[in-house]
Ligand binder design. Sequence first.
Ligand code: SF4
Length: 249
Amino acid sequence: MSSNSTIPATEALAAQLRGSYGHLEGSALLKALQTSEIGGKIMMTSSFGAEAVVLLDLVAKTDPTIPVIFLDTRRLFGETLRYQRQITDLLGLEDVRIIRPDSGLLENLDPDDMLFTKDTDKCCEIRKVLPLNAGLDKLRSAGFTGWITGRKRFQSGIRSDLDVIEASDDFIKINPLAHWSDADIKEAFLEKNLPPHPLVADGFKSIGCMPCTERTPDGVNDRAGRWAGQGKTECGIHVNIKPTISSIN
Ligand code: SF4
């Protein structure tokens, strides 16, 4: 992870970029940032979940060589894995990088793949936070400083005051859909004829790992089906939860 000494510089850069581009969103924001001081140093993470194709489409049209990081926790739905391959081909994404949890760590700490029944935070840590941190370290070393995410304000809780550009450790997080509504997302699907994740038709509105994702009833927040009934709303990737396991064996 980054050292804390880099954070003020990143916050200053984020504030500067917000001043220049914070009024933009969606495709206009991505295009503007590609010509800014962080242009060419921007990557994206994607779950290839329920709404992911909307942002992936914007990224592919901005620059299909932007690296797209896909975290395969090894507990995803088979539909998600197939959808990832379908969308990659359809949009012509040229640099999708798949990262996975360390197999030794899984063997030691989750040998029967049932850790999610006892400790979801620990499970998310070894299957999501640690592999993503390792992937981010590599991207950092390669000079990447911008991180495109699909987070949106309407998704509740800690996301309700989300900016389109923000500092996060030593990355500049770019949230082109921060101000988009549910209706905006639906309209983009229709307008661009984008194929939905196959589980959406089956009632899933926010799609993560199979054991921790349930169908979301109408009238409640889309993410209510994630870790339903547990009071957990985030996996730790976007909330700067520091790992408690210090190394990957
Ligand atoms: S979402 Fe569930 S299965 Fe996936 S890493 Fe977190 S606790 Fe484990």
